[in-house]
Design a protein around this ligand. Structure first.
Ligand SMILES: [Mn+2]
Length: 416
């Protein structure tokens, strides 16, 4: 039996600008990315990983800072006994004199720079086939024939960046026909480009594929645990051995660097403080509490909160964000709350607004009745649009509330 310890990852997108964050936080997020790579390399060393496959988009762009390139090259020095194979993806395509041609890449790092890439590790009975991106898109499949032909005594890996699709489906990013892969006799296709992980998926008895997903989330569209896959691939090297099908055991290894979370905090007026300032502080507390319930280490997390529901005061985004700026690695807040109008507050004013408030209270009362009193119905029918009473009660109430909100906020602004 031939057994290899392998790790796989893709789509690190190192050098992402993180433009949604402020300058200092963007820098910090970039450092988290490098730390993720360091963590991965340390894992490879500590777990005797023999091969690390990186399935494209290691870098986010074709122009990166020299310092970043050096850091990445040096990261791999942490695992000198791991053979690292990297294929360029659509974000970091290979072209002559690009960073891929830099002479300082460690010797155990193998970069796929030529078409029909093939490399064999005789002793480990491993063969790797790959095709690099050489431009930023490719609407035809980068792979057609495998050369040399598959020798099933080896463990055969296909390392590719692209879209695994049904024949005829279109993609600008290297559409890899599923049907082709299923007949390729490749043991494992290690694929990049899909940012969501798939685990190992067996296409048939002989061939499996996996998209490891991103190594680290980069925004609020890549939520929760991210990481890489590691484990073993096993195969008998006897040609006619019935066990010559590969056995693949890969586990998801979450990384401890930054995670992204998206949360909604629904507010109700009854729970509120009676003072604006106390209200803002209570929001700060509630956001913190909710975040802490979700994650054990919020200083390392990025949280996006959406506030919804009814409140008496408008949440002060600036105040809340300032109060929380050191609590999280990154924090974003959006306010979708609505003001609740207390009509009773206005009825004793003795002005036109008081009269309108009284009418609104009466209408509200009428709209809240399950079975409207006939007299009242006849009365309101004269004032309401014909179809209004045919709308569902919940929808009706919502329209009414919004109208009252609008009306009274306009009158408030005009000081009555
Ligand atoms: Mn990509």
């Amino acid at each position: 039996m031939n057994k290899l310890n392998i790790a796989i990852t893709a789509d690190l997108h190192l050098g992402t600008p993180f433009s949604f964050a402020g300058a200092s936080q963007a820098k910090e997020l970039g450092e988290f990315q490098i730390k993720s790579l360091l963590e991965l390399c340390r894992y490879c060393k500590n777990h005797d990983i023999e091969f690390l496959f990186i399935a494209g988009d290691l870098f986010d762009r074709i122009n990166i800072e020299e310092a970043l390139l050096r850091k990445v090259q040096q990261s791999f020095l942490l695992c000198p006994k791991t053979e690292v194979v990297i294929v360029p993806g659509n974000h970091d395509p290979y072209f002559p004199d690009s960073y891929w041609d830099d002479e300082r890449w460690p010797s155990h790092v193998h970069i796929v720079t030529n078409k029909h890439y093939f490399k064999e590790w005789k002793q480990q009975k491993l063969r790797v086939y790959s095709e690099p991106f050489t431009t930023q898109s490719s609407d035809t499949s980068l792979v057609d024939t495998l050369s040399p032909e598959i020798d099933s005594r080896f463990i055969n890996i296909l390392l590719m960046h692209g879209d695994l699709l049904q024949a005829g489906d279109r993609s600008r990013y290297n559409p890899i026909p599923k049907e082709w892969l299923a007949t390729s006799e490749i043991d494992l296709a290690v694929l990049g480009h899909w940012h969501t992980a798939t685990e190992v998926i067996q296409l048939n008895k002989k061939t499996a594929f996996i998209y490891p997903g991103v190594l680290m989330g980069r925004g609020f569209d890549e939520l929760g645990d991210k990481g890489f896959y590691a484990g073993t691939i096993m195969k008998s090297s006897e040609l006619y051995d019935s066990r010559h099908l590969a056995k693949i055991r890969l586990n998801f290894i979450p990384l401890s660097q930054i995670k992204f979370f998206k949360q909604t905090l629904n507010l109700r007026i009854e729970e509120e403080e009676s003072l604006d300032e106390a209200f803002q502080d209570s929001l700060v507390r509630r956001i913190l509490q909710k975040a802490q319930n979700i994650s054990g280490n919020i200083k390392r997390d990025a949280f996006y909160f959406q506030l919804t529901g009814y409140t008496a005061f408008a949440p002060d985004r600036e105040y809340i964000s300032f109060a929380l700026k050191d609590a999280f690695a990154h924090f974003q807040l959006d306010d979708f709350t609505r003001r609740s109008i207390h009509l009773e507050r206005y009825v004793n004013e003795g002005n036109l607004r008081a009269q309108i408030a009284k009418d609104c209270l009466l209408l509200n009362d009428f709209l809240s009745q399950e079975k409207p009193v006939k007299d009242q119905e006849n009365f309101w029918k004269r004032y309401l649009p014909k179809d209004f009473l045919e709308i569902s009660p919940a929808k009706r109430k919502d329209i009414f509330d919004r109208a009252v909100e609008k009306l009274f906020s306009l009158m408030d602004r005009g000081d009555g």
